[in-house]
Design a protein around this ligand. Structure first.
Ligand code: NOJ
Length: 558
């Protein structure tokens, strides 16, 4: 495929058929994808060099986690300059080249925008530190006086999502301890004050900077968090909930109504551009009904369906969340999205088979109970993926899941880098286990991640068997399953289908028709007869004497 893909033509998709409604979007975590310069951290030229494999896989778009200038205290989600590339990832010219090469292959490109907070190394925050309390410079962030007799206590009891207090006290230019600033995440990630119009203007400028370069959209980090309850009331979250949000009664720093006006404004900015540019919100909110508010017709285009991601491998629960998602998003004219893995959660080839509760953000380590055997867990993950890719709407695939990668629970403690690990003093393992550089070639240094053998997190030896080249030749491999599913999904237009449940298969079995395809996911634990006269299009695991085994999903023509 070549430059015949003019992805930015004003008429590239008819209303109701816009690409983002049904796209399969592949998440690249740049530091762990492909490392061209061999320093152990992936980079943009590395991505360019592997686009062929992604085209072959059959995805429609890539979303890149942040590669902008950053001290990397939170793996790039701490941005010091929103309009430049961090030297560890390359240059703006490398970005342009990557974008062009992706477009030439018919792959759209979404970049990550982090508007809730910047890095403490951002010029604005550095200026704020040297400016006086109450100054314009301080008003771009959330600085407050402390409580207690001498302001020695934080302004309220809010805790950082990574652990520890959400406020840090600064030393004023005169050398005395002074005000406190808010950081919902690490102390190196001060929150912007979105009640300040200057912050709005700056982000409109940043959006245009990347739109002008030709990006197809943005994944918006902490999209539910920008606006805070201006009373700053004390609040204690439920320790069992996902650390990123999603409680029944929203925290005073999440899901505040004022946040929606920001996305209405951004939508207008996107609409100044030709083609279908899209906004996808990372909003960890309580339910899909709440989530649907982020994708009303004049707001974002998509939100990640975290309720689906968090659902256990259980038929009734899955059916319930699938129904509720289709209804809630359908009611506002938006597609549902589906996602099972990303860089913040335990990989689904492990998570769906964990026998113990593991709230998001906790992670798993060498001593965690209930870690499943890989082979069984991968079979379940494959069945879950085959179910997900048959659902109408847009789906997200996280790099490495097409190889059946498991969570690396056995990372040595001294290699861990997630701020969660440090801020909870090792009580939570955090997210490093899903961020290990992915294996390309079984016999190459660092499994072909680069040519030097360096890797910022060590790769487990067991991944030799999971390397992409080892899977290519094996028709039964996870890689070939993903390729088959993606190709059939496109061919049959399943992403634009309409789901109709079929009740005939008993408890523990999910069955539905969509786009002329019968899909059966066997979650019941015992084999299920294939319907008479059915032709198997794809099966996530070999059939057992002509029957659909446990933890197996099939797509059928019937
Ligand atoms: C959500 C991102 O996905 C996560 O990786 C990051 O740590 C937080 N937002 C803070 O930016």
């Amino acid at each position: 495929m070549t430059s015949q893909h003019d992805l930015h033509h004003a008429t590239d998709s008819a209303p109701g058929r816009e690409w983002w409604r049904s796209a399969v979007i592949y998440q690249i975590y740049p530091r762990s994808f492909a490392d061209h310069n061999g320093d152990g951290l992936g980079d943009l030229p590395g991505i360019t060099s592997r686009l062929e494999e992604l085209q072959e896989l059959g995805i429609d778009a890539i979303w890149l986690s942040p590669f902008m200038t950053s001290p990397q205290k939170d793996a790039g989600y701490d941005v010091a300059d929103y309009c430049d590339v961090d030297p560890i990832f390359g240059t703006l010219a490398d970005f342009d080249q990557m974008l062009q090469a992706a477009h030439a292959r018919g792959i759209r490109v979404i970049v990550d925008l982090v508007p809730n907070h910047s890095s403490d190394q951002h010029a604005w925050f550095q200026q704020a530190l040297t400016a006086a309390p109450g100054s314009q410079e301080r008003k771009r962030y959330i600085f407050r006086e402390g409580t207690g007799e001498n302001g020695e206590l934080p302004p309220n009891n809010w805790q950082s999502i990574f652990g520890g207090p959400a406020w840090t006290r600064v030393t004023e230019p005169d050398g005395n301890l002074g005000q406190w600033y808010l950081h919902l995440f690490d102390s190196s990630q001060p929150d912007f004050d979105w009640s300040n119009q200057e912050v709005h203007e700056e982000f409109r400028r940043i959006l245009r900077f990347w739109l002008d370069r030709g990006v197809d959209g943005f994944r918006v980090d902490v999209a539910h968090g920008l606006v805070k309850d201006q009373d700053f009331p004390d609040y204690t979250p439920d320790p069992e909930a996902a650390s990123m949000g999603g409680e029944q009664t929203p925290a005073p720093y999440f899901e505040q109504p004022g946040v929606h006006q920001i996305y209405r404004d951004w939508r207008e900015v996107l609409e100044e551009y030709d083609g279908d540019r899209a906004l996808c919100g990372e909003a960890w909110v309580s339910s899909v009904d709440a989530m649907a508010q982020w994708v009303r017709p004049d707001e974002m285009h998509q939100t990640f369906n975290f309720e689906y991601l968090l659902a256990p491998w259980e038929a009734e629960e899955l059916k319930d969340i699938i129904d509720r998602s289709i209804n809630a998003f359908g009611a506002v004219g938006a597609p549902s999205t589906w996602v099972l893995s990303n860089h913040d959660v335990v990989r689904h080839a492990t998570r769906l088979s964990l026998t113990e509760e593991n709230p998001q953000g906790t992670g798993i380590g060498p001593d965690s109970p209930g870690i499943p055997a890989h082979q069984d867990a991968v079979q379940r993950a494959q069945a879950a993926t085959a179910l997900m890719l048959a659902l109408p709407g847009s789906a997200y695939v996280y790099q490495g899941e097409e190889l059946g990668l498991d969570e690396v629970h056995d990372l040595p403690a001294d290699t861990r880098q997630d701020p969660t690990w440090f801020r909870t003093e090792g009580e939570k393992y955090g997210r490093d286990g899903c961020r290990v550089p992915i294996p390309w070639e079984a016999e190459a240094p660092a499994f072909g991640f680069n040519t030097t053998g360096e890797a910022w997190l060590p790769q487990p030896q067991r991944w030799t068997a999971l390397a992409r080249d080892a899977q290519r030749a094996d028709p039964q491999s996870t890689l070939n399953l993903y390729r088959q599913l993606l190709s059939l999904r496109k061919q049959r237009d399943l992403g634009s289908g309409a789901l109709e449940w079929v009740q005939d298969y008993g408890p523990g079995v999910l069955a539905f028709r969509s786009a002329g395809t019968l899909v059966i996911a066997n979650i019941s634990g015992s084999p299920v007869e294939l319907p008479e006269g059915a032709e198997v299009l794809v099966a996530s695991a070999p059939l057992e004497d002509g029957r659909i085994g446990a933890d197996t999903t099939v797509w059928l023509e019937q």
